[in-house]
Write a protein that binds this ligand. Structure first.
Ligand code: FE2
Ligand code: FE2
Length: 244
């Protein structure tokens, strides 16, 4: 048994319930069974609005991110094997009993921190490039600027295709923010194309500086907003990729 504290979706107040928790293959899971009643329990609504929760066990208290389990059916089958009572709860209701996984935040595996490191590298690179632009766009500036654009495109493609869809599926509260971040990626991509064109054509240097500054300030806001929104969730969910 654990005490789970969530934040009320409507009230914003702390909401504490006692729940049975199961350890399934090292994963901490709870079932929103409400003993088979027709409605989801309040705590389940709450975690869909705010996934950050506190878990109290007999001997410790820790923060966790409550995520919708991606492999719900397989997990539920294992839960029923262990605790057949859940099959009875399921039989009492037409709703599919949600399975929620509690990811401890004190045992992070650092995908979120890795994202911040990538952003920091890009922040430094933007400053460096801006300095070189003032000194007059050399050949070195061109190749470095194009290299930066390639890295940025790859980063945003990874977020759009892999990271954001996983986060949205498991933390519904993040979905609107992720949509907004994805829209910013589209704006960034358009600005990048324009900059790449200006660099390759060796066109108007003043225009290039203006466009570059616009991109840099947009990215600054984008990185901070993204970090605020997703770092905790990513730390809870994913290991940092195994790259240098
Ligand atoms: Fe992004
Ligand atoms: Fe990013």
């Amino acid at each position: 048994m654990i005490l789970l504290t969530t934040t009320g979706a409507r009230t914003g107040r702390q909401h504490r319930v006692t729940l049975g928790v199961l350890d399934i293959d090292g994963r901490l899971v709870v079932v929103a069974s409400a003993m088979g009643s027709p409605k989801h329990p309040a705590w389940y609504h709450n975690i869909r609005h705010n996934p950050l929760v506190t878990v109290e066990t007999e001997d410790e208290t820790f923060e966790a991110m409550a995520a919708i389990a991606p492999d719900r059916d397989a997990l539920f089958a294992k839960i029923v094997e262990r605790e057949p009572g859940f099959a009875q709860y399921q039989a009492r209701t037409t709703r599919i009993l949600p399975v929620v996984e509690l990811h401890r935040l004190d045992r992070v595996r650092r995908m979120g921190d890795w994202l911040t490191e990538v952003h920091d590298w890009m922040r430094t690179e933007l400053k460096e490039l801006r300095g070189r632009l003032d000194a007059g766009g050399s050949l070195e500036f061109r190749s470095r600027c194009l290299g930066f654009c390639t890295a940025l495109t790859r980063h945003h493609t990874g977020e759009d295709m892999a990271i954001f869809p996983q986060l949205a599926a498991r933390f519904p509260a993040l979905a609107p923010t992720l949509t907004k971040l994805g829209e910013e990626h589209v704006v960034v991509a358009r600005m990048q194309e324009e900059i790449q064109r200006l660099v390759e054509e060796e066109g108007d240097p003043a225009r290039l500086r203006t466009e570059f500054d616009r991109l840099a300030s947009l990215l600054e806001g984008h990185f901070s907003y993204e970090e605020q929104a997703v770092v905790k969730a990513l730390n809870a969910l994913m290991p940092a990729p195994d790259v240098g």
